[in-house]
Design a protein around this ligand. Structure first.
Ligand code: ADP
Ligand code: MG
Length: 383
């Protein structure tokens, strides 16, 4: 990928790039909709990544090229919201906007190229990867350094404010703090970031259904409101403040629907803690049970699963070598993650895809991933 982004840069701008950075995609391992409830979440940075190459220009112009498109787009020194085929440029532009909000020096003119082996919209957060790799590139261009936490916040701010997607801190936190053979643990309230060793021999498989509920934005908002209503009914600020004991005592105050949502969040935060304990014991069988329990809670209590996702989990959890499986990401469509040992390979994944195809008439996108390192500068000739 390093050579690929350098080649794209060369082909687009006729020179070697001065700076190359990369940032990984991520998998939500466990901790579903816990972020905005002040809870905890575990994520894995994956070995697929997005690479950015840049060089400074002296004329103040900015030229942009993605390997996903044939055209070079040019902008001036002002940030402009772009539409249509060029709208991807809003992500790196949003990073510049967020750098400004953090009081950092902004890059002037530059040439910019991006290549990626992360599929877009497959639940691996290519958006966080483009934000963090762009932020590192622009910081190198302007010869500034920030700590990891600031880098993560710049990426999230770019997506929240300039692009306009209200994502939580998971995507950027994991892309920023990821480490090979580790998971990233985030206490979303701080937010506080740390890493947890991942026992050897585990494989991650993603089955992306390419389905997305038509009402997904409204459904997110509805869940958010229900969670806030539950916290108010339980007399706490956020659901992360409610214990299971408090929930059981006070559940009569909640409507049946709100009670189900609250139970999911409170138990899910508890499951994140149990998963960390099981990881420390190197007990992948127990980890897998928590993953599958998380899915069942999404399916029945939070009701953010779909029949397609459920069918994948139903099948995967009957197969040899599968520790557990769950929907990963916001739900209402999207992808299922399975944690497996090496008995589960390409042939088994094909079998899952085949059954899915027979049932739903469409192929899931299948990705085999391992853990990878967080965002980093690969080359910098700018200093
Ligand atoms: P994901 O789940 O992959 O994060 P999003 O919709 O949040 O999906 O973000 C995907 C967007 O990120 C793309 O529509 C595009 O704007 C940008 N993006 C991702 N990968 C690339 C790439 N290789 N080149 C240009 N833009 C990219
Ligand atoms: Mg995204």
């Amino acid at each position: 990928m390093k050579n690929k982004v350098a080649a794209l840069f060369q082909q687009s701008f006729g020179a070697e790039p001065a700076i190359i950075t990369r940032a990984p995609g991520r998998i939500e391992f466990i901790g579903n909709h816990t972020d905005y409830n002040g809870g905890t979440v575990l994520g894995a940075a994956v070995d697929g990544a997005l690479w950015v190459a840049v060089s400074p220009r002296t004329d103040g112009r900015r030229r942009w090229r993605s390997g996903l498109s044939d055209t070079v787009v040019e902008t001036g020194g002002e940030l402009v919201k772009l539409k249509g085929d060029s709208s991807w440029i809003n992500y790196p532009q949003g990073v510049i906007d967020a750098m400004g909000a953090h009081g950092l020096d902004l890059p002037g003119g530059f040439d910019y190229a991006v290549e990626s082996d992360l599929p877009v919209g497959a639940g691996l957060s290519s958006s966080a990867a483009i934000e963090l790799s762009s932020a590192l590139a622009f910081l190198e261009l302007t010869q500034q350094k920030v700590d990891r936490e600031t880098l993560v916040k710049i990426g999230r701010k770019a997506e929240n404010d300039f692009v306009g997607v209200p994502c939580g801190i998971l995507d950027q936190g994991v892309s920023g703090f990821g480490q090979k053979d580790h998971l990233v643990f985030i206490d979303c309230r701080g937010p506080d970031f740390s890493t947890v060793p991942m026992p050897g021999g585990a494989h991650f498989w993603i089955f992306n259904t390419h389905t997305k509920h038509a009402l997904v934005d409204g459904l997110y908002e509805a869940r958010h409101k229900e969670c806030m209503a539950a916290a108010a009914d339980l007399g706490v600020k956020l659901l992360a403040d409610a214990t299971l004991e408090l929930f059981r005592q006070e559940v009569h105050k909640l409507s049946p629907t709100v009670a189900k949502r609250a139970r999911h969040i409170i138990e899910e935060i508890d499951r994140v803690g149990k998963t960390i304990a099981a990881l420390a014991d190197q007990d992948l069988a127990a980890v897998g049970q928590h993953l599958t329990a998380s899915h069942r809670s999404s399916q029945h209590a939070f009701e953010n699963s779909t029949p397609e996702l459920d069918s994948l989990v139903d099948q995967l959890t009957t197969m040899a070598g599968v520790y557990g499986a769950r929907l990963t990401g916001g739900g209402f469509g999207g992808a299922v993650m399975a944690l497996t040992d090496s008995r589960f390979g390409e042939a088994e994944a094909d079998q899952v895809a085949e059954v899915y195809r027979t049932r739903w008439g469409a192929d899931p996108q299948v990705l085999h991933m391992r853990t990878g390192d967080g965002a980093e500068v690969i080359r910098s000739h700018s200093r």
